[in-house]
Write a new protein. Sequence first.
Length: 253
Amino acid sequence: MAGIRKPFQGIWNIIRFNWHFYALAFGIAIVALSGSQYLPVSFRIYPSVISILILVTSLISLLVSMYVYDFSSLYKMTWLNYVKKVKKARILNIHAGFDETSQLLNSHYPDAGLTVFDFYDPAKHTEVSIKRARKVYPPYPNTRKTSTTQLPLDSHTTDIVFILLSAHEIREESERQQFFHELRRVLKPSGQIVIVEHLRNLPNFIAYTIGFFHFIPQSSWLLSFQKANLHIVTKKNITPFITLFILENGNPS
């Protein structure tokens, strides 16, 4: 049935799309332990400590990911209660090549008109995990390719824009600001933009260590919103690791 996720789908996707990271981590740990026997006795503790740290941090990241993607309310979408209720809304869902949310949104908004855009650009988005995901998950029906700086929609035609766990793939701040200008352009004066993201903050550092650098600091998000004349009407932590922003036009007409 559309919109239904399989048990442990989230953690399974993370492992099979990012297995090279975990293989590398376990490989380094094994090499460190194997090589410790060739070190002086007083130094053998260090490879063991390094191996334990690698294994523990890898396990923590997997457990946090399982919590976020399989057991939290993220994909149950109870947080949609914070979004405006609009009858027969015109909804836009934008992703970066891997779409787990359009079917879910369609099931939550059965009377809406749902348009799906994909801004994946293989020249910019070179992560092998996205390429693997695209091979496994076919695009949502009638998904349209787009750029981040020019959305093929008329101005003021969209009630709700969703960008769920994808906007961080826009790495350049200037491009991200252009993107939010475009979102504001296509938004109706009373519309909302819904963003769900990991942030580059302490909880995500604890969970993912150096992997948290792939996320964007809250200060950068706030600057992008401000430059596009969008203001935050709701900010909530869906989990300690996932943040919801709901934006509205800063100067509705």
